[in-house]
Design a protein around this ligand. Structure first.
Ligand SMILES: [Ca+2]
Length: 501
């Protein structure tokens, strides 16, 4: 015992002599996320049709899930749409879902065996009412697939592909019709080379604050993810050399002009779309940087949103073993992955280091006196509190208690969180250690007599399904009036946060 103590002391001394020690961290945020009095009512809106047993059990990530709703979208004309990731786009007639487009039938190579797989996301062009355009992102298996990817991660070939990730433009012949009839055009097809379909492109978004004539108007943003080069499995995963580079779409949020260069006469991107000339990495005069990159360094920034008051752009980035992040996105920003997770150093770049390790940043970096090349999150929580951050929205709707708050949650546990939007913007200060405090929202429903019944979202899902759930599979969407939809990929229900009576 005496010898061990002596050895430990020697090791510490050697490190001290070599410079400041940045210790490994196992519990990065000891404080818990607590309920501080925010209580909000939640109501059922509609339930998507049951699609259980549509596919063999081994080809469905959650065979027991009623329907796998991921996004709800409102058109300016009041029509409301929602997707089932098993391959269906619905038009909601009140609480009655009508099949708008059979996306599964359009893509026979699609796979449905992962959390983000199948028909993952969609968005409408801001001029859908006139041009009938909307965009989808989905996944396909690569073996036997006749299509050729537009992008393969550096150092690999199409023969290494395990999955394809595809963004498609759909054009409705009649935008007013309640069933899709029209044509499609493939915009971008990206190859995955890790074993599992992990962290694919999962979202397409138009900036809802851009108006006709604005530079951002009609430009399509994608989610930004590491395509599984962290924990996607197989020999090609755990690969930091695929990150922190601008010659690759890996970890990058892209911004595209979805129009074909054959129409715009502009610069062709990796796929059949135009690179916006205003993009920073298009205008940098460097042919080695991809012009479609808007910002990079994300592990799985699977949801984007914009503050409807001032256009601030947010990204929810799911962390590795420790930290979940809300980021304010600035064009050209490097958000750190795999070098950073939250405001810690990830261990993977250290000799013998690993992705599940965090180390303290030097104090003069943490406090912003010596700024490094990374942009840090404005709100965070750790894996004692949840496992995967959901999308979120700066809220200015009818619920008094939530106005001025950024509403988000944890996908897996189904907890709902809030942080003050102004505190988040104040934390966007170049100082890694400043972040906005996060609190939990207490939900309630009304019983038959109108009395409040406090519930968790997960309890609501379990009641609907009549079974306990390993995951809540929570996602958030925003209505055209700025209200919040809360959905689950387990029970297929679309719910809404509503003003209390
Ligand atoms: Ca900060």
């Amino acid at each position: 015992m005496r010898i061990l103590t002596s050895l430990t002391a020697t090791v510490v001394l050697v490190h001290s002599a070599a410079g400041p020690v940045c210790a490994q961290i196992t519990n990065p945020l000891p404080a818990t996320v607590d309920k501080l009095g925010l209580t909000v009512e939640i109501e059922d809106v509609a339930r998507l049709p049951e699609t259980r047993n549509l596919r063999p059990v081994d080809q469905d990530v959650t065979p027991t899930g009623w329907a796998r709703v991921s996004f709800v979208r409102d058109l300016p004309d009041g029509r409301r749409f929602a997707n089932d990731s098993r391959g269906f786009l619905y038009l909601l007639d009140g609480d009655r879902p009508l099949l708008y487009a059979d996306v599964a039938a359009a893509f026979p190579f699609a796979n449905y065996n992962r959390l983000e797989s199948g028909f993952i996301g969609f968005d409408f062009h801001p001029e859908f009412a006139r041009n009938g355009l909307f965009y989808t992102v989905h996944s396909e298996r690569a073996p036997g697939n006749p299509a050729t990817p537009d992008f393969v991660p550096p150092g690999y070939t199409a023969a290494d592909a395990t999955y394809h990730n595809v963004i498609t433009e759909w054009r409705a012949n009649d935008p007013r019709a309640s069933t899709f009839e029209g044509t499609r055009r493939e915009l971008l097809r990206v190859a995955h080379v890790v074993m599992n379909l992990t962290h694919p492109f999962g979202n397409v978004e138009f900036n809802p604050t851009a108006r006709p004539g604005d530079p951002d108007y009609g430009l399509l943003y994608t989610s930004g993810s590491d395509l599984g080069f962290s924990n996607g499995g197989g020999p090609n995963a755990n690969n930091p050399s695929q990150t922190q580079r601008l010659d690759s779409v890996i970890t990058a949020i892209l911004r595209l002009d979805p129009r074909s260069p054959s129409v715009t006469n502009g610069t062709k991107g990796l796929g059949d779309y135009t690179i916006p000339a205003l993009n920073k990495f298009a205008a940098d005069g460097d042919p080695a940087t991809l012009g479609e990159i808007y910002a990079y360094g994300f592990r799985n920034a699977h949801r984007l949103s914009w503050d409807l008051m001032d256009g601030t752009m947010f990204a929810s980035d799911i962390g590795m073993n420790h930290i979940e992040e809300i980021n304010i996105v600035h064009e050209g920003g490097n958000y750190g992955w795999m070098r950073r997770e939250g405001y810690w150093e990830n261990g993977i770049f250290r000799p013998g280091g690993a992705l599940n390790q965090l180390f303290e940043l030097p104090a003069n970096v943490l406090n912003g006196r010596n700024q490094d090349e990374f942009t840090y999150p404005v709100a965070i929580y750790d894996h004692n509190e949840g496992q995967a951050v959901s999308g979120g929205f700066a809220y200015y709707g009818e619920i008094d208690a939530l106005r001025g708050k950024f509403v988000f949650g944890d996908v897996q546990r189904g907890r709902l969180f809030a942080a003050n939007v102004e505190a988040m913007k104040a934390a966007d200060d170049g100082i890694p250690a400043t972040v906005a405090p996060v609190e939990e929202i207490q939900l309630y429903v009304r019983d038959a007599s109108g009395a409040r019944v406090y519930v968790s979202f997960r309890e609501l899902v379990e009641r609907t399904m009549g079974a306990s759930m390993a995951r809540a599979d929570l996602h958030l969407s925003r209505s055209r009036d700025g209200e919040i939809f809360v959905t689950s990929r387990q029970d297929g229900m679309i719910r809404m946060l509503v003003p209390g009576r």
